[in-house]
Write a protein that binds this ligand. Structure first.
Ligand code: FAD
Length: 464
């Protein structure tokens, strides 16, 4: 079938948010109030920060302020890969923090375990399946990089199962695969919107006051309190945690470190039993290919396939706009790649197409910090891999606000900041040059041109 025909009836909205499980919105803040802790942002960062603040000290008065609705942004529209890595993958972590990588991997796995425990403890129905991730190579040159990753992982005692061409196709049947490896323990699949809504309920049950439709316009430091000004009321809080992702930061200095990058995804209709059997996929892993411009894909609870990635788009000027959430050129490309990967699914139709914006920073993994004499903390910059890592970031924010050093706050990864992006228009030119170079590298056996090699040497990059 023509890929465009398969897309013809796809709704232009995020599949996960288009669900009968979506709860009624909570009220806006309509008058002034006080709090021990005010959390800004109702994505995973803010939700975990509010929830864990109450778990640490149930007597704490916690307010969560969300400008629109809980989980409407990246947290409710992503691929649902909850990945243990806190460093945007082992290779990036090894490159930047080699002496800490054993600790970072241990903390990342513990964080993922604790997400699973919280999902069970609070009875959150988010289709949590710890099936791991299958990394597939579609070109021989990708196998060399894979061998390097597997060797490094084994030195750290991580169990990666290497699969040859036939073994990887026995897991998930695509004529495009030439090999791969299965990281069995490092990833869980979740329904992200249901996780966000479940965390909202858990917050409310523990006594967090959650206000939706309540954007914080600015924060004033009045010495005695931090005052969060919203359209109808001000919250006077002793402490503030910012989980505002890529959006206009309430702390100005953050804007130099973050760029908005759009990532896009498709969802198919549920596969029939015969269609699913033609792909295999009995172990239901998340799958990612290994190109610079990579695809990620997975099954849902009702056996649809979510198919996303490849194009990571920076719109010159760095603006965030609702119209950027739809990009027909990218959807057409994604649909075509889907049928190249799974020709046996010819005839399957897509039901949803959407995009979302991620908070890219130049080191690809989140950065953390505090301001206003330790009364405000932030964690941002997850660069497309924050489903699980945001819980770690929320813990870092709470540690920083508590003012006592912990194993987390002592990490070099937590203490250091990424290199800032240059101002516009150099920023746009540099990012588009990098995207072009990455696409070329994929066409030329992974060979990195002078521009990419220079960025590599400077520890700078662009990823999603
Ligand atoms: C298409 C797509 C696919 C992805 N796939 C994956 C994946 O498979 N695995 C993975 O690990 N990561 C993935 N990601 C990234 C992941 O979704 C994010 O890293 C993560 O959700 C970030 O959570 P957050 O809470 O920090 O930010 P967000 O979810 O963006 O939440 C920030 C919230 O803060 C609110 N806010 C901002 N400013 C204010 C203000 N001034 N006042 C009040 N509220 C404010 C916003 O309204 C928003 O709700 C993907 C992202 C996208 C877009």
């Amino acid at each position: 079938m023509d890929p465009l025909k398969a897309l013809a009836d796809a709704e232009r909205k995020p599949y996960w948010l288009d669900s009968p499980a979506k709860p009624e919105p909570l009220p806006r803040l309509l008058k002034d109030t006080t709090a021990d802790l005010a959390v800004v942002g109702g994505g995973f960062s803010g939700l975990w920060a509010a929830l864990m603040a109450k778990e640490r000290d149930p007597s704490l008065d916690v307010v969560l302020l969300e400008g629109r609705g809980i989980g409407w942004a990246a947290s409710g529209r992503n691929g649902g890969f909850a990945v243990a890595s806190l460093t945007h993958g082992l290779a990036n972590g090894l490159e930047r923090w080699p002496e800490e990588i054993t600790t970072l991997e241990r903390l990342g796995r513990a964080n993922l375990d604790e997400i699973g425990e919280a999902v069970r403890r609070y009875g959150i129905d988010c289709a949590y399946e710890r099936t791991g991730e299958l990394h597939v190579a579609t070109e021989p040159w990708q196998l060399d990089e894979m061998r390097e990753s597997v060797r490094a992982a084994r030195e750290l005692g991580l169990g990666y199962d290497v699969l040859d061409r036939d073994e990887v196709r026995a897991e998930v049947n695509s004529p495009t695969y030439v090999g791969g490896y299965w990281e069995r323990d490092g990833c869980a699949m979740i329904d992200p919107a249901r996780l966000a809504w479940g965390l909202r309920r858990a917050c409310l049950e523990l006594g967090v006051r959650v206000y939706e439709g309540t954007p914080v316009r600015h924060i004033r430091d009045s010495r005695a309190t931090m005052d969060l000004v919203t359209p109808r009321g001000t919250v006077r809080a002793a402490k503030v945690a910012l989980g505002t992702g890529v959006f206009q930061p309430l702390l100005r200095r953050l804007k130099h470190f973050l760029v908005p990058v759009y990532d896009y995804a498709l969802m198919t209709e549920p596969l029939s039993e015969e269609q699913l059997a033609s792909v295999g996929w009995r172990n239901r892993q998340g799958v990612g290919d290994s190109a610079n411009q990579f695809h990620y894909y997975r099954l849902t609870a009702d056996n649809r396939i979510l198919w996303g990635g490849y194009d990571a788009v920076y719109y010159n000027g760095g603006r965030i706009r609702p119209e950027y959430e739809q990009r027909d050129e990218t959807f057409a490309k994604l649909a075509e790649h889907f049928f190249t990967t799974f020709p046996q699914l010819d005839g399957v139709r897509f039901t949803h197409r959407w995009g979302g914006v991620i908070d890219t920073c130049s080191r690809f993994s989140a950065f953390y910090g505090h301001a206003h004499g330790g009364r405000l903390a932030y964690a941002v910059g997850y660069t497309g891999l924050g489903v699980a890592a945001t819980r770690f970031g929320a813990n870092v924010m709470l540690d920083l606000l508590a003012g006592e050093p912990t194993e987390r706050t002592e990490l070099r990864m937590v203490r250091e900041k990424p290199i800032p992006f240059p101002p516009e228009p150099v920023r746009s030119a540099g990012i588009q040059m990098t995207r072009w170079s990455l696409a070329r590298a994929d066409l030329h056996e992974g060979r990195r041109n002078l521009w990419l090699r220079t960025l590599d040497r400077m520890g700078l990059g662009f990823d999603s």
